[in-house]
Design a binder for this molecule. Sequence first.
Ligand code: AMP
Length: 286
Amino acid sequence: MLIARTREELADAVTALRARHGGLALVPTMGALHAGHLTLLSVARETARAVSQPAAPAVAASIFVNPTQFGPLEDFGRYPRDEAGDLGKLADAGCDLAWLPDVSVMYPAGDATFIEVGGPALGWEGAARPGHFRGVATVVAKLFGQVRPDAAVFGDKDWQQLQVIRRMAADLSLPVRVIGAPVVRAADGLAMSSRNRFLTPPEKARAPLLYAVLCAARDAMAGGQSAGDALTAGRDRLEENGFVTDYLALVENATLLQTDRAGAGARLIAAARLGGVRLLDNIASA
Ligand code: AMP
């Protein structure tokens, strides 16, 4: 696996991989890698294969804990970092290139450009974390410009983020295919996340309820209950079990606008705090 830390090293690595492989797919991450991230690599490999026939495709992963997507009171300082462990996991997963830029590479002295996001970025996480998606969109656009991938893979786990990036890529005519990959869960249903390590054992035991509540809401709506009633029941169940619910909502897939019609075009999304950890999850609504 090639490892690049400067723009020059990255350019050399991308040139070498392009010469050898043809297509290139990128998986952007903030590190502290788990099985969910590694699934994105497999999806990237398959996607890249589709764009680079007949050559074997190349897959790159970036690791960058992006300061601009954290609010002043958020956990940037204590976000888990494990570069050595991450590089081992990426190499084992068959990653071809790890891109590990420094903050000064991503935000050079005198930088003055950010991407302003609207539409799907406005509610939910956008409301709970002002400036978050502005930081995400900006860093992802920079990664696209640096790596110039044919395709980039993001997890459905962060559903709203995926829609914001799709919207950005379409609006800015970025020549990259944005691909979503399914949520990877622990056996108990809890969506894998780098922040799950901060759950205490009793919280860890309770955390799968978030997914259970989403599934119960989906099933209740399939059985004829109104979205409003199903979501109210879900919020009550979360609160009774010690969660502080930020939102539990039914939204249109791409716009994130609230809807009361479950079906193929709608997603159930949730964010709730358990102790000091904010958990995010979402499922198809039908
Ligand atoms: P992060 O390192 O948390 O910024 O995540 C990097 C990428 O991995 C994002 O596209 C996430 O949506 C994705 N991801 C994180 N957790 C999961 C999961 N449990 N299943 C699928 N994708 C995930």
